[in-house]
Ligand binder design. Structure first.
Ligand SMILES: [Zn+2]
Length: 81
């Protein structure tokens, strides 16, 4: 499975094939990324977040792509850079 671009949201598991809903901190894995918006001259930082449930955290890792400014879901155990 190739890396999947995912929505910046912690409402549910970042895995599109999983319906697990975010309930509380400490369950699963939460990824935070602060990024600068180039269109925004005020220097305001945008905090992005993604969450994967316990089960998916064992199978996937979330990475942040600076170019697209979005999170990607990568299967863990692959040597993808
Ligand atoms: Zn999940």
């Amino acid at each position: 499975m190739p890396a999947t671009m995912i929505e910046s949201s912690i409402a549910k598991c970042a895995n599109p094939d999983c319906d697990a809903k975010f309930r509380r901190l400490g369950v699963g894995k939460l990824y935070l990324q602060a990024s600068h918006s180039p269109e925004n001259r005020t220097g305001e930082r945008v905090q992005k977040a993604a969450w994967v449930c316990e089960r998916c955290a064992l199978r996937f890792t979330v990475r942040y792509n600076d170019e697209t400014r979005s999170f990607i879901l990568v299967p863990s155990g692959t040597a993808a850079a």
